[in-house]
Design a binder for this molecule. Structure first.
Ligand SMILES: Cc1ncc(COP(=O)(O)O)c(C=O)c1O
Length: 403
């Protein structure tokens, strides 16, 4: 007897779990693996930690839709930042991180056989789509166009079975930040084809070079077809707390609340109290997250500029470089292995983001010690990879030691 539903059988763990497992193996062999990731390395403010501690002394739980005071805090933030009125009672759902929000959206809005349009390269939501019994369809972005959203490419892939467009802004893995014009063109595309527009805005506070993040929540005209997914993981430096939220039409929110209710009953109370404090309390530490990430980006950019054989679009937001390594003469998988095993630098190969070709995603979320070590090792590691892949070097290649 099979213990699997057939649609679940092809699932493998997300690549980041494999990268973590391989990094742990390398560390066990004595490699000094750097702690770098796409999430903030800083702790949330002390007021948030205190609020969690106090909440832990209460034996309470929250309603399925989420703690009312947290939903009110999020609605007030949207009014202030995006200038729009959103009902905390009917248009906001608290989720167990944004991945859970995306899963509820796919499970709740898709029928078997539906299609979800997304970009390539793009974040790993295609697995959620498959889990829901639907099909991901990819619209290609081009490095030569700065990985900007391309409406013609979306138009070429849309069919009568398309139900959702998933759009990530700022984008993981390319780091592009959509302009107001681009966000509007995406919304208009969804209106034209009667699609739900699922906007993944989890990197909204990590935007660089004085750019402003344009949220789909800023436009009232498309409210009926827009679901925005947000996260405390990045925006409030709370990855392990597992807290996120989505904002959408009241019918969608009440439907997804039932799905949440019948799978999890409700979400952790302590985490939601801490999240409420994060949104309503002092914002100085929150406002520092973006500049801290930009400083790290600039530090790594300076090193990358010294390396030949790689190309990349300078990220405008997010927490990573998406690097074309084809000029090094090595596959992205081999490079990922060597960077990790020889230099302790964990990167994700590009195939994780549904793109062919030799790309790796290098995250730059790191404290100063790890960042400096990364800055030191990276140019040496990439030059070494190029040298070892050169035909004459292959016979005598000896791995260089980790510094
Ligand atoms: C674009 C994007 N969306 C969603 C998520 C899920 O994050 P979380 O569930 O921690 O909110 C991630 C995590 O890396 C991400 O990069």
């Amino acid at each position: 007897m099979s213990w699997h539903r057939p649609i679940y059988r092809p699932l493998t763990p997300p690549v980041f779990r494999q990268v973590i497992a391989k990094s742990e193996e390398a560390a066990a062999r004595g490699v000094e693996v750097l702690e770098i990731s796409a999430v903030p390395w800083q702790l949330p403010g002390a007021n948030v930690l205190r609020a969690a501690q106090e909440a832990a002394t209460r034996t309470r739980r929250a309603p399925a839709q989420g703690l009312p005071e947290l939903r009110r805090a999020i609605a007030e933030r949207i009014a202030k930042v995006n200038g729009q009125t959103v009902s905390p009672d009917s248009e906001i759902l608290i989720t167990n991180g944004s991945m859970h929000g995306l899963w509820l959206v796919m499970l709740g809005l898709l029928n078997e056989g539906d299609e979800v349009l997304m970009t390539s390269p793009g974040f790993i939501v295609d697995s959620l789509v498959r889990l829901a019994g639907a099909h991901p369809v990819f619209a290609s972005l081009r490095e030569s166009e700065g990985w900007r959203i391309n409406i013609d490419s979306l138009e070429a892939q849309v069919t009568e079975r398309t139900r959702i467009l998933y759009f990530c802004n700022p984008d993981n893995p390319t780091g592009t930040v959509a302009t107001q014009e681009e966000v509007l063109s995406v919304l208009e595309f969804c209106e034209r084809h009667d699609l739900f527009c699922v906007l993944d805005e989890v990197f909204d506070t990590q935007v660089f070079d004085g750019l402003t993040h344009v949220s789909a929540l800023s436009f009232a005209d498309w409210k009926h077809r827009v679901v925005v997914v947000q996260s405390f993981t990045k925006s409030y430096a709370m990855p392990g707390w597992r807290l996120g939220n989505l904002v959408g039409p009241s019918g969608v929110v009440s439907h997804l609340t039932q799905l949440l209710q019948w799978t999890m009953l409700d979400l952790p109370y302590v985490t939601q109290v801490a999240g409420t404090e994060a949104v309503t309390g002092p914002q100085d530490w929150v406002q520092q997250l973006g500049p801290d990430f930009q400083r790290n980006r600039d530090r790594i950019l300076r090193e990358l500029q010294t390396v030949s054989g790689v190309s990349y679009v300078v990220p405008q937001g997010g927490a990573f470089f998406f690097i074309n390594v084809s000029g090094l003469g090595v596959t992205s998988q081999t490079l990922a292995r060597d960077l990790r095993d020889l230099y302790g630098i964990p990167v994700y190969p590009g195939y994780n983001y549904n793109i062919r070709g030799e790309y790796v995603r290098l995250a730059f979320g790191a404290n100063e010690a790890n960042l400096e070590a990364l800055a030191r090792r990276l140019p040496v590691a990439l030059a070494d990879a190029a040298r070892r892949s050169a035909p004459s070097a292959q016979r005598m290649a000896r791995p260089s030691p980790v510094r």
